[in-house]
Write a protein that binds this ligand. Structure first.
Ligand code: SP5
Ligand code: ZN
Length: 342
């Protein structure tokens, strides 16, 4: 199984994020996550670590707003030029628009930061844009493999992507890697995205909400209880031509393997009925019982079982790395998930 990986992500490591209550903590989304995963995969010769091809900006612009991408590209350098004595090690906003972003886009850097950065877990540092681009190219390289006949491929993406919407970053995500890849695949055949990260794939939901050619499904912690709070509810099912082509499966906190499998079965049934040509998995391992950010309780054997159930669809499948923050367990969890495709 090919694994697309680019070490450029090391340039992206915001020094801290701000949790609820204003608690300033070291970023949970660390470069070390990739080292842990690589360590686990490199011990198995069936994984082939590959450098991604650069497919340029066009497939990213097809999914994200151009002014937002310009912001990501220039924000940190603009921050350094701000004539203030703020600490400059990371750009984070202290404001957010009260109108749900219906108003004008602010001219000032800090105004745009508040506009485009929708929480305090997506700080921008000097290397953020390059790392996000390289991460998206890993997903695109995976998509390219499927288009040319591969049955399965793993995009080892960092930073992750599924909270990034058309014009915003959030929750460690800047460019929506799975969405960029799925959009590209969709010009070759109907595509489904199944998001199993602990948190709802709200960025992916935003990007495809009005489209019928990409089915999006997310299984996640009930947003009544956990981040990202504002979407991911069961009654959000798409709009316009996309009505019926988005599904959310919110889970109660504390959900264990058996209940998770029952919900997964419903999601897989919808994917079968859609008859996609390609499947993209947003694979977050923060569903793991011992994850520091997750509050459901899936075992490693459960993660392996989820992989087998998805693989049984027998679709050409691109697996895209999303979250997962128990670094000691992360490599083994990813390896367990991927076993079914080997
Ligand atoms: C890609 C991904 O998994 N992003 C997740 C972003 C979550 N950010 C909000 C974190 C809130 C943590 N709440 C504290 C729980 C500590 N026990
Ligand atoms: Zn997550």
């Amino acid at each position: 199984m090919k694994v697309f990986y680019n070490p450029t992500h090391h340039q992206h490591y915001p020094p801290f994020e701000v949790f609820d209550g204003g608690e300033k903590v070291v970023n949970f989304e660390k470069p070390e996550r990739m080292e842990r995963i690589l360590d686990a995969l490199q011990s198995d010769p069936r994984f082939e670590i590959c450098a991604p091809t650069d497919f340029g900006l066009a497939p990213i612009q097809a999914v994200h707003d151009s002014a937002y991408l310009d912001f990501l590209r220039t924000a940190y350098q603009e921050w350094l030029l701000e004539p203030t004595n703020y600490p400059k090690q990371v750009l984070l906003p202290a404001t957010s628009p009260p109108d749900g972003r219906k108003g004008r886009i602010p001219a000032t850097l800090l105004g745009r930061a508040g506009y485009y950065m929708t929480d305090l877990s997506c700080g921008i540092v000097e290397g953020t844009y390059q790392a996000a681009l390289a991460s998206a190219q890993c997903a695109l390289s995976g998509a390219n493999e499927l288009i040319t006949g591969a049955r399965q491929v793993f995009a080892l993406c960092r930073p992750p992507g599924h909270h990034a919407g058309r014009a915003n970053c959030a929750g460690y995500c800047y460019i929506n890697n799975a969405a960029v890849a799925a959009n590209w695949l969709s010009s070759h055949g109907k595509t489904a995205i199944l998001d199993i990260d602990y948190h709802v794939g709200n960025g992916t939901q935003d990007i495809f909400y009005e489209r019928a050619d990409v089915l999006t499904i997310s299984i996640h912690a009930d947003p009544d209880y956990d981040y990202p709070y504002f979407s991911g509810f069961a009654d959000e099912t798409g709009a316009g031509p996309g009505l019926g082509f988005h599904r959310n499966y919110p889970l109660p906190l504390g959900t264990t393997d058996a209940d998770y499998f029952a919900t997964l079965g419903q999601a897989l049934e919808r994917i079968r009925a859609f008859q996609p040509a390609y499947l993209v998995i947003s694979a977050g391992m923060d569903i793991y019982a011992e994850d520091p950010l997750g509050q459901i309780r899936i075992t490693r054997a459960g993660i392996a079982h989820i992989g087998r159930e998805i693989a049984a669809l027998q679709l050409p499948t691109l697996i895209v790395m999303e979250g997962g923050y128990n670094n000691a367990a992360l490599g083994l969890n990813v390896a367990a998930f991927l076993q079914a495709w080997l």
